[in-house]
Design a protein around this ligand. Structure first.
Ligand code: G1P
Length: 321
C-alpha cells in the first residue's frame, strides 16, 4: 500500500466540458437483508429520513451533470418507476390546497433527469445488470452508481471521477480504505501511485477476497465511470463468485490492459445495505437537516444519557448479584 496516496477532496472542471452524460443505476436485487420490509417494497425505496434511498443516488448523478439515468430493475420494482414519474392526482390535490412545499417534493424526483427503466430478466449478477444497459448506452463512457452506497451530498466524488476519466481515459473506480477484516465484503484493488495524489493505477481486482488473499485494503465502493469497452469484456466474462457475472471480473480484465484508474475517497459514505449502517445513516442525515436536526439532536442526547444510566444500573445489579 502506498502511503503517498492522498484522498480526493474537491473537483475542478465544469460538468459541461465532460463527455459522460449517462448513468446506470442497478436496482434489481431482492433486498433479502431487509425482509420483511422488502417483501412488497423494493429495498431502494426504503426511506432515508424522508426520501427513498434511490433518490439520493439520482440526485448525486444529476448534480454531477448526468442528465440521463437508466435504472436496471426487475419484477416487483414498479414503485421505483412510479416514484420518478408524475403523480397527477396527488399533484392536483396539493396544488388545490396551495401546498407548494409538498408539491415541489412530489415533483422533484421526475425533474432530476431523463429517467429510463429496463428490466434484468434474470438475476445473473452486477456484471450482467450493467450489460443490460448496452443498447441504451451505446458507444459512450458512462457512470454506474450502486444504490446501497450513499455518498454524502456535500461530497464531489463522482465529479472528480468524471474529471479523471477525461484526463486518463479508460475506466475509473472509486476506492476507499477499509479495515482488513472488511475486505471480504468488497471488490479489492491492487494499486500503484500516479502523478496525481488522489489517483491510482489499478493493476488488479479481486471480488470479495479473504483477508489473506486481498491485494490491499482498497475497497471498490459503488461508483464507477466505465469505458464502453467494458461491454465486450462482460460478454465474455464467465460467472464468477457466487455463480454471478461479476463487474469486478470484467474490470480485472481491463486493469490487466492498464486502462483502469481509481480515485481514492475518504469522505462521507453511508452503507444502507446493512441494517445497522442503515440506522446510522438515517440518524446522521437527520442530524444534518436544518428542519429536523436541532430538535432531534436534543432528543438524541437525552436518549443517550438515559441509555448510559440504564447501563450503569444493569452493571450495578450485576455486581450485587
Ligand atoms: C458490489 C460489487 C463489489 C463492490 C460493492 C460496493 O458488491 O460486486 O465489488 O465492492 O458492490 O458496495 P455487493 O455489495 O452488491 O455484494
Amino acid at each position: 500500500m502506498n502511503r503517498m496516496i492522498a484522498p480526493h477532496t474537491s473537483s475542478t472542471s465544469a460538468p459541461a466540458r465532460r463527455t459522460v452524460r449517462k448513468a446506470v443505476v442497478p436496482a434489481a436485487g431482492l433486498g433479502t437483508r431487509f425482509l420483511p420490509a422488502t417483501k412488497a417494497t423494493p429495498k431502494e425505496m426504503l426511506p432515508v429520513v424522508d426520501k427513498p434511498a434511490i433518490q439520493y443516488v439520482v440526485e448525486e448523478a444529476a448534480s454531477a451533470g448526468l442528465d440521463d439515468v437508466l435504472m436496471i430493475t426487475g419484477r416487483h420494482k414498479r414503485a421505483i418507476e412510479d416514484h420518478f414519474d408524475n403523480a397527477f392526482e396527488l399533484e392536483q390535490a396539493l396544488a388545490a390546497k396551495g401546498d407548494t412545499v409538498r408539491l415541489d417534493a412530489v415533483r422533484d424526483p421526475a425533474r432530476l433527469a431523463n429517467i429510463h427503466h429496463i428490466r434484468q430478466g434474470e438475476p445473473l449478477g452486477l456484471g450482467h445488470a450493467v450489460l443490460c444497459a448496452r443498447r441504451h448506452i451505446g458507444d459512450q463512457p458512462f457512470a454506474v452508481l450502486l444504490g446501497d452506497d450513499l455518498i454524502d451530498p456535500r461530497e464531489t466524488l463522482l465529479s472528480r471521477m468524471l474529471d479523471v476519466r477525461e484526463e486518463y481515459g479508460g475506466s475509473v473506480v472509486a476506492l476507499m480504505e477499509v479495515p482488513p477484516e472488511q475486505v471480504h465484503l468488497y471488490g479489492c484493488a491492487a494499486v500503484e501511485p500516479t502523478g496525481d495524489e488522489d489517483v491510482v493505477q489499478v493493476t488488479g481486482l479481486v471480488e470479495k477476497p479473504s483477508r489473506q488473499d486481498a491485494p490491499s485494503t482498497y475497497a471498490v465502493i459503488g461508483r464507477y465511470v466505465l469505458d464502453p469497452a467494458v461491454f465486450d469484456t462482460l460478454e465474455r466474462t464467465p460467472p464468477g463468485r457466487g455463480g454471478e457475472i461479476q463487474l469486478t471480473d470484467a474490470l480485472q480484465d481491463l486493469a490487466a490492459g492498464g486502462t483502469v484508474h481509481g480515485v481514492v475517497f475518504d469522505g462521507l459514505r453511508y452503507d444502507t445495505g446493512d441494517k445497522a449502517d442503515y440506522l446510522r445513516t438515517v440518524v446522521r442525515l437527520a442530524c444534518d437537516r436544518d428542519d429536523l436536526g436541532p430538535e432531534f439532536i436534543a432528543w438524541l442526547k437525552e436518549f443517550v444519557v438515559g441509555l448510559e444510566s440504564r447501563g450503569e444500573q444493569v452493571d450495578r445489579r450485576r455486581s450485587v448479584a
